[in-house]
Structures are given as structure tokens and as C-alpha cells.
Write a protein that binds this ligand. Structure first.
Ligand code: DC
Length: 247
């Protein structure tokens, strides 16, 4: 059977990575989470800058023009890879497992900022194209169907309302916090739904309005709005689309 390239784009927190991972597993394809790559670059920058802190619920910190120049200079020192571990795929930054750190709010917010820099995108897009050149891949992000693989055999564009996405993200953060408390780790303040919603809206705005490769549905992408779907229902819908396309 043909091993195709599946490009999955969409807004933040609309469940792209969950569905992409599940799909890759079913098809026995590899999976690349390109958001994790922008997050790893952001983490590298925050650490270099001495601004990374573990309180996962604090966002903020605006990149200055000088920061941007500094980051561009550092790009050749940033090497990102993915390793399959028993609990799933982890992101590695220069050989270090950074999967937990890159999922914090501060890193997500910074990732959205570093992703507006042309040089950063160029650097990561080249890596993504190399990772997917053999096909048999599910890649998710914001510009996969438009820039990274404009000739992908299947393009999906996932969407859900901001309120639904913020609620899902809020519940995830609460659960993470409860788990940290159970393990006796520093958990930080309790997240507030309003903050999470604000963050989702800010990121949507930035992702769709930036000059470089803004988030945009490819003309030939199939739109899946999962606001009122369970994960299982969504998987069902997507599985059908994939099967038709592979045939
Ligand atoms: O999907 P995510 O939340 O992990 O992505 C983090 C940030 O990276 C997000 O704000 C947008 C950016 N991003 C991007 O610009 N292009 C991609 N292909 C993937 C993510």
C-alpha cells in the first residue's frame, strides 16, 4: 500500500497532536510534531536568556529585536530530534529530553513569538522536509500543507471554537498540576480559565496574522471542526478520509 504524506494543520490546542499520533500509530507511519520543534527553540532561547522558570502557568516576556538577532545567531547550535520512549515520543534538544519543559505555558507563548522569525522558520522547515522526504509520515503544525509539504497527498485542517479549546487546555493544565502535587513537585499557582482563554486568543491572532507563513487553510485541505466531537468520533471521520485517499 502506498505510504503517503499526511499534513495536519490547525489552531493551537485543537487536538492536532493527539489525533496525529493516533493516526500515525494506526498506519504505522512516523509522526513529527513541528510545534515541539518551535517550542524547543523557544526553550533554548529562554534558558540562554536566563528567563526559563518552571512555574508552568506564567506566560509573558516579549522578544525584543536584539533578542531576535541573538536567537538567529544561536540557531546552528540548536539540534532537535524525536525519540520513541515507552510512554510515547519525546522531544530532544541537543541530546537532552525536554518533553516536559517544552509543554509549559511560558514556552508555548515564546514558541509563538519565535515562530514569527523568518530565519527560525527557514531552519526548521528544512529539517521538517528532510524528516518527511520518504513519505509514510504524519506531520502536524501550522504551515505543513501550505509550505512544508504543499504536495502532500492528504491535507487536513482541524479547528474548534476558542472557548472549547481553552476549556480543554485548562483541564489539561489542572490535571498536570494535580499530578505534580501528588508527586510532591513544585506545582505553581492554580491556572485560571480566563488566562488560558486569553493565551489561546493571543496565539490564534499571532499565528494567523504573522508575516511569515501565517496559519491558513490550504485550498485543498479537508476541514474537520471537532468542537462537538469526541476524540473517537473525530478519529472515525479522519480514518475514513485517510482510507479513501490511500486507495
Ligand atoms: O502546536 P504548538 O502549540 O505546540 O505550537 C507552538 C507554536 O509554534 C505555535 O504558537 C505556533 C508555532 N508553530 C508554527 O508556527 N508552525 C508550525 N508548523 C508549528 C507550530
Amino acid at each position: 500500500m502506498k505510504r503517503i504524506t499526511i499534513a495536519i494543520d490547525g489552531y493551537s490546542s485543537c487536538g492536532k497532536s493527539t489525533i496525529s499520533k493516533a493516526l500515525a500509530k494506526r498506519l504505522n507511519y512516523s509522526y513529527v510534531d513541528t510545534g515541539a520543534m518551535y517550542r524547543a527553540v523557544a526553550l533554548y532561547f529562554l534558558r540562554e536568556n536566563g528567563s526559563f522558570h518552571k512555574n508552568p502557568f506564567v506566560a509573558g516576556l516579549e522578544l525584543t529585536e536584539a533578542d531576535k538577532r541573538h536567537l538567529i545567531e544561536m540557531l546552528p547550535d540548536i539540534h532537535i530530534s524525536f525519540v520513541a520512549l515507552p510512554d510515547g515520543q519525546h522531544t530532544f534538544l541537543n541530546g537532552e529530553d525536554v518533553e516536559a519543559e517544552i509543554r509549559t505555558l511560558i514556552v508555548g507563548n515564546m514558541a509563538s513569538q519565535v515562530s514569527t522569525i523568518r530565519e527560525v522558520r527557514k531552519y526548521l522547515v528544512a529539517e521538517q522536509q528532510a524528516m518527511g522526504k520518504e513519505g509514510g509520515i504524519v506531520m502536524d503544525g501550522r504551515d505543513i500543507g501550505t509550505v512544508v509539504f504543499p504536495n502532500a497527498e492528504l491535507k487536513l485542517f482541524l479547528t474548534a471554537s476558542p472557548a472549547v479549546r481553552a476549556q480543554r487546555r485548562y483541564e489539561e493544565l489542572l490535571e498536570k498540576r494535580t499530578n505534580s502535587i501528588k508527586k510532591g513537585e513544585t506545582a505553581g499557582d492554580e491556572p485560571k480559565y480566563e488566562d488560558v482563554l486569553k493565551d489561546v486568543e493571543e496565539r490564534d491572532y499571532r499565528d494567523t496574522h504573522r508575516k511569515e507563513s501565517p496559519l491558513k487553510r490550504a485550498d485543498d485541505a479537508v476541514v474537520v471542526d471537532n468542537s462537538n466531537m469526541t476524540r473517537e468520533e473525530q478519529m472515525e471521520v479522519i480514518q475514513q478520509i485517510v482510507e479513501e485517499r490511500i486507495k
